[in-house]
Structure formats: C-alpha cells, structure tokens
Design a protein around this ligand. Structure first.
Ligand code: CP
Ligand code: NVA
Length: 306
C-alpha cells in the first residue's frame, strides 16, 4: 500500500476495489469501525474554501475514533510564512496524517516527499482523487457494476475531469470529456489515463461536440466552469461553455436511465439547469454523502496500524 493518496492511480486496481468494499461496510454500519483510528489525529490544511471536504474529513476521522485539526489559509500561509518542507517536518511529529487542499499539485507532491506520515490530496488545481473515489462508489451503488459503463463529463478539462479519467481508466469505465476547444484536459493526465486504461480496456475520449459526447452515456457529470482561483475568468468562460450546459435537452441524448452527477458546489443555471439537478435521476446529494464513506475508507487504508 502506498504511503499517500495524491491520485487515484496511487492505489492498485485491487486496492481501489477493496477501498470501495470497506467504504460500503462503513456506510452500512457507522459504529463498526468506531475505534479503527482511535487516538490518531488528521491535520487538515485548507488553502481554498470547502463545505464537503472539510465536513466529511472532520466527521469521518471522528467516526473512526480519531481527531481532526483544521488549519486555515491564514494560519499556515504555506510557502510564505513557512516552507512546505518545514511544515511537513513539524506536522509529522505532531499528527498521524495530513489532508491538504491547495493550488499547485507540486505542493502535495513535496509534502508527500518530505513527510513520513500519509498525505491525502483534498483537491489541487490538477486533481481531486477523493471526489472521484466517492463518484465511482456512487456509480457502483446505482449501476450495480462498472462493466460496460460510459461516463461523460461535460465542461472544463479541470482537476475533477482529470480524476474521473484516472479512476475510470483504473475501473474499466469509458470516460468521455465533452469540452470546448482550448479547455481540454491536461495532456499528461490524459496520457496517463490512456496508459492505465490498457489494462482494463476503458476508452478515454475527448469530444468537442456536446451531443456526440453524451450519446450512450450511463452517467452525465458536470462541474463549475471557473474553478477556485479562476474567478476572474467567470464571465469570459460563461459564453464559451454555455453550449456545454447540462440541460434537459442534452440529458435526453444520453441513455434513458442515465444518472446526473456533480461534485458540487453547483452554479444552477450555468453548467446545469434546475430541471436536471433536481430531477429524480440526479444523484448529487448521495454523491456528496459518499465523500464521507469513501474518505473514511481511504483514511483507514493509509492510517491504520497493522
Ligand atoms: N466537491 C467538493 O470538494 O466540495 P467542497 O469544495 O465544498 O469541499
Ligand atoms: N473544479 C472545482 C471543483 C470544486 C470541488 C474547483 O477546483 O473549484
């Protein structure tokens, strides 16, 4: 087992499936793992805002018998008040794991290199692996198995898109990214997914035509058009991304039993209409809940003592 969880591909394929099994067990019986991480502390470093990530890690570690420590941007001021190296060297002596949400992916990579304790990526500009684990756990629950499925992600080729490709490639789920020209996923993230997909047979596709992208999809997913840190581009992006909005018309082009997914927060009326996000086949809130169960299983895998 890897020390850290920075990308879904840090886990082997069997470890990903095992993590899902543990997550489902934890979901079924909240009390069963109540002492699994007794007395262990998770430091949570946030350099960006959060509702779900903060709440689910905080509640999750407590349900496993441990403690959490919230470190806000103002407190740590990572890389400015103190170097990533010095923060890592301090925290490894005080806590048993670190969850970090930050900007550059190199920051979590450096943290993982310098600290002897597990580092969990709670979102960088490059990836959001805990989100993808919760997303595929949700797909497993709603679709029964991953076999032969197609997930279409509509919008910006961002951190969430990268982690969906990463997870889909590992689990054998076809992933199509429907995006405007110039907003494709990062080339390295795409190439790594294509490489990983050779083992499972998953097809990883980038498609600029929205209707073609969603055709035959079992799950249609979207995210904000301007991610945290890109707020100044919001208006420019709105015009570019509007043809990729997930509305009732676009959903009707996917499979008739397709589910709708969103990592949240959602900008209703922008990347998704009320009619789609509030429809009976929308699984956005079960998906948000699964952050708790998936991350409890990830923490357990990385922080348990043998
Ligand atoms: N989906 C997600 O990570 O939500 P938060 O930004 O609220 O943590
Ligand atoms: N792509 C979004 C995801 C938020 C959970 C962002 O980075 O802001």
């Amino acid at each position: 087992m890897t020390k850290d969880f920075l990308m879904v591909r840090d886990f082997t394929n069997p470890e990903i499936h095992e993590t899902f099994e543990i997550a489902l067990e934890m979901k079924k019986d909240r009390k069963k793992y109540a002492t699994a991480l007794q007395g262990e502390t998770l430091a949570m470093i946030f350099e960006k805002p959060s509702l779900r990530t903060r709440t689910t890690f905080d509640v999750g570690i407590q349900q496993l018998g441990g403690y959490s420590l919230y470190l806000s941007p103002a407190e740590i001021n990572l890389g400015k008040r103190e170097s990533v190296y010095d923060v890592a060297k301090n925290l490894e002596r005080m806590v048993q794991g670190i969850m970090i949400r930050t900007f550059g992916h190199d920051i979590v990579e450096n943290m993982s290199k310098y600290a002897s304790i597990p580092i969990i990526n709670g979102l960088t500009d490059y990836s959001h692996p805990c989100q993808a684990m919760a997303d595929f756990l949700t797909i497993k629950e709603y679709k029964g198995s991953f076999k032969g499925l197609k997930l279409t992600y509509m919008g910006d080729g961002n951190n969430v898109a990268h982690s969906l490709m990463d997870a889909g490639a590992r689990l054998g789920v076809d992933v199509t990214i429907g995006c405007p020209r110039g907003y494709e996923p990062n080339l390295m993230a795409y190439q790594q997914a294509v490489e990983d997909a050779k083992e499972t047979g998953a097809k990883i596709v980038v498609e600029h035509d929205p209707a073609k992208a969603v055709a035959n999809a079992d799950a249609v997913y979207t995210d904000v058009w301007a991610s945290m840190g890109q707020e100044s581009e919001t208006e420019i992006r709105k015009a570019i991304f509007m043809p990729y909005q997930v509305n009732e018309d676009l959903m009707s082009k996917a499979k008739s039993d397709a589910i709708f997914m969103h990592c949240l927060p959602a900008h209703r009326g922008w990347e998704v209409t009320d009619g789609v996000i509030d429809a009976p086949n929308s699984v956005v809130f079960p998906q948000a809940e699964n952050r708790l169960h998936a991350q409890k299983a990830i923490m357990y895998q990385l922080m348990k003592r043998d």
